[in-house]
Write a protein that binds this ligand. Sequence first.
Ligand SMILES: *[C@@H]1O[C@H](CO)[C@@H](O)[C@H](O)[C@H]1NC(C)=O
Ligand SMILES: *[C@@H]1O[C@H](CO)[C@@H](O)[C@H](O)[C@H]1NC(C)=O
Length: 302
Amino acid sequence: MRLSTLLPIALAAGPAVVSAAGNFGFALGVKNGDGTCKSQKDFEDDFDVLKAHTHTVRTYSASDCNNVEAIVPAARAKNFKVVLGIWPDVETSFKADTEALKKAVPGNEDVIAAITVGSETLYRGNFTGEELLGKINQVKNMFPKVKVGTADSWNKYDDGTADPLIVGGVDYFLVNAFAFWQGQEVNNASATLFDDMTRAMNHIQKIAGPRAKDIYIATGETGWPSDGGSNYGAAIAGTENAKTFHDKGVCAMLAWGVDVFFFEAFDEPWKPDSIGDNGESATEKHWGMYTVDRKPKYKVQC
Ligand SMILES: *[C@@H]1O[C@H](CO)[C@@H](O)[C@H](O)[C@H]1NC(C)=O
Ligand SMILES: *[C@@H]1O[C@H](CO)[C@@H](O)[C@H](O)[C@H]1NC(C)=O
């Protein structure tokens, strides 16, 4: 379906969104190409490139590379805001991340857009909704001045797994939606992104009822691998396709008024291959809008 035909349908049937254009942001890795940890200077160099698009990035596990100690001062120096993360799946990482945040957050609330507790924990089946709500509430008590929420796959919002969070008062939801991992051709990928987001937002807003207007919902991760990436079903990696997905899908989502975090800013060649749902080995090294040495792969145009 062409996006121009999809958009009015999505608007007519879809969830309420604010009318202003959405804000763009990036998922940002915390390691250099060789796998070493980024320093404050490395993050500042990242920000000098990314500021052409945005002043917002998100990271995942605060204690990974002890990134909060480097990224928070870098963000302050370069006028960026960061969404920081906690990996709650196991007790050791939950503790390490909350300890790292206790050192980094107080006094820096103005550069911290939010804290996400978990990334696709419901999707992986690590927690029930109630269990994740318990973790989020623990973190809310630690950082009362910061927005605290979670990031999960669109279908876990759509199918009710996240309902206990919505009912339980969580008001910050990042929705991950990868038409690529749904095996969609790039020509249908924008329609799939809209379908995923519409379903997740509709469900959250329905369950939230009158509280819906106080709930922040954004696309937490979406993107497309460039040349060198693995294919997945009908989804073909390639630089042209990555640009097409950005310019058609991501731009339309922003125009609709939804904030989008693009996965991801820079290639991560240190990443090990992973086995996809189809049992095939897939590389996640080539999802950057930029190469690992911060060169643009394509010219984005909204
Ligand atoms: C939870 O996730 C971690 C990976 O983050 C995994 O190692 C662990 O086995 C998972 N636990 C359960 C109970 O699913
Ligand atoms: C295109 O995307 C829509 C929305 O996700 C989906 O319903 C439809 O089946 C897709 N078409 C094809 C040919 O896969």
